[in-house]
Design a protein around this ligand. Sequence first.
Ligand SMILES: [Zn+2]
Length: 78
Amino acid sequence: MKCVVCKTGQTRPGKTTITLERGNLTLVFKGVRAEVCENCGEAYVSVERSRELLASAEAAAQAGVEVEVREFVTAQVQ
Ligand SMILES: [Zn+2]
């Protein structure tokens, strides 16, 4: 799809790093599959994946985690 940020680049499948902050919690997910703009680098994460990330953050917050860096792994095969 066309990037809505720079309006010139096209997005391609790639990976990105997502940082979520919620209260005292800072959670960093590395290797999140996303559509990444080849021009400006803006990453677009699907709604389903965003939900997974938020659910993980919610669980971590309830477990009392404050700072964590995770490699994001899904069951999906390439
Ligand atoms: Zn762009």
